[in-house]
Write a protein that binds this ligand. Sequence first.
Ligand code: TNX
Length: 542
Amino acid sequence: MRSGLLTGFLLWTFFLNAQPPVHIIPQPVRLQLQDGAFLLDKNVQVQASAAGREVSGIISYFTGAVKQVSGYALPVKAAAVGKSIHFSIGSTEGVGEEGYVLSVTPTRIAIRASKPAGLFYAVQSLLQTLPAVRTNQVIRIPCMEISDYPRFKWRGMMLDVSRHFFSPELVKQFIDLLAAYKMNRFHWHLADGAGWRIEIKKYPKLTGLAAWRVDDWGKAWDWSQVRFNADRNKATYGGYYTQEQIKEIVAYAAARQITVVPEIEMPGHSEAAMAAYPEYSCLPHKHTFNEPGDFYGRDVHPNYCAGNDSAFVFLQNILEEVMALFPSRYIHVGGDEVDKTSWKQCERCQRRMKTEGLKNEEELQSYFIHRMEKFLVAHNRKLIGWDEILEGGLAPQATVMSWRGESGGIKAAQMNHDVVMSPTGPLYFDYYQGDPETEPLAFGGFNTLKRVYSYEPIPAELNSEQAKHVLGAQANLWTEQIASYEHVLYMILPRMPALAEVLWSTKQSRNWKDFNQRLQPHLVGFEQRGLHYSKGNFKVDI
Ligand code: TNX
C-alpha cells in the first residue's frame, strides 16, 4: 500500500516536471534544453521588431498555425506586454543567411535571424514542439536555447506531374510538407512524354492536346482495401496548370522559403509535345503518348529535331514564358535518356553535324544543350540538367543533377561545375521502401528509410575545394506508378524528413537511433492529420 502511494507520488511529480520531449527534425545544430516551460495560452502576444511584408507574412503563417492547434488567435503588437513571442531581424553570429537563434523562457520566446528565411525556419522548429492537431490542453513549450543553420543550400524534392497529374491544391500541400522540414527547392517536373502540364500561351495545343491521354495504366493503390485497384480507368486523363495557378503556387512556395525550379524536358522525353507539334520532331508523322510510362518500351522515341532551327525557336519561346512565371535562377532542361535513333535517321540532323563538325550524336546533344544554355544565360538564368548533359561536352556554366549514381556529379565538380546530388540509390523515392510483397507496386529498387538517412552528399573522391561545388541533394518522385496523392504521401513519408536531416544537420550529429526516436511523434502526427506514410518493414533496417 505504502509503496503504491509512493509510486503514485513519484509518477505524479514526474508528470508535473516531465520535460515534453523535443523531437525536432532536422536536428538543430545546437539545442540546449532547460528547466521549465512556456505555457501557450490565449493571453500570449506576438511582437514583430522587424518591418516588411515578408516578415509579417511569416508571422501570420505562424499565428495561423498556432490557431489551428490551439484555437487561440494570438494578437500581433508593435510592443507586446506580458508573456510574449518576439520576432526580430538583426545580426546573429555564426548562423549565416538561413540560420536563426531561438530562445524559450517561461515568459518569453525570442526568435532572431539575419534574414526572413531564418525566422521561417525558427517557426518550423517551434511548431514542431506543438501538438500536430487541435488540442484542448494547455500547450507547454519546453524552455530551450537553439542556434541553428543548414549544412547545404540545395535541399530539394522533385515531383513528376507528367506521368500523373496532381491538382494545384495537392501541389500546395506537397509544398507545405517540404516547408515543415526546412526543404527549400521544389523541382517541378512539368513536361515529359506522358503529358504536358504547363500552359504556354503561344502554343495552345500543348495544353489542349498534350495534357490529355487515355489512361489505361493508372493503377491506383486502394487505401481502404490495402490492395491494388485493378479497375482500368478509360476516361480521358490529364490536366495542366494555368499560368495564373502557377504564379499562385510560386508565390505560395516563396512565402515558405521554397524556390520552385521548373523543368521542361528536352531534347527527349518529349512524346506529348511531339504529338501536339510533330513539325518540331525529326520524324514528323503521328506521335502518340498514351501511357504514363510512355518513354519506355518504344522502338524509336521522338526528339526535338536538333537539325531544325525552328525547333529551337519553339523551345526558346516556351522558355520565355516559363522564365516570366518562375523567378528561379535555375531552369531545368532535362537532357536525360535521349534516344538518338531519330537523329541518326534524320537528314537535317546529319547535315547539322557536318556543318558544326560534330563527330557523333552525343556531340549533337551537347550542341543542343549548349544552345539552350546560351539562351538562358542571355536571360540571366542558369541551366541545370540531368547528368547526361556531360556527354559530348558540358555547357560552360551548366549545373549537373547527378542521378545515375554520383559519378556524373563527381566528374562535374572536378571540372568546377556546380552539382546537385540525386542518385537513384538512395534518393529515388519511386523505389520500394519496404518488402515488395506488401508494398504498393513501385518502379523498382530499394531505398529504405535507413539508406536515405545514411546518405552522404559529399563523395570521398572530392577534395575540399571540389566539395564546395556540391550545392546539396534532392530526392525525386517519379510517378509512373503513382496515381493518387495518398500514394505520393506514402512514398515521401517518412523518407523526406530523413533526407531533410541529411541536408540540414551537421554530419557529426547524424544518429540513426536518435532520429528514429525523434521520428515517432512525427508519425503520430501524420496519423492524426490523416497523412499516409510508410511504416517501413524492410528487415535489413531493423
Ligand atoms: C529515369 S531520372 C528517368 C525518369 C523515370 C525514372 C524512374 C531521369 C532523369 N529519368 O524518366 O521516371 O528513371 O525511376
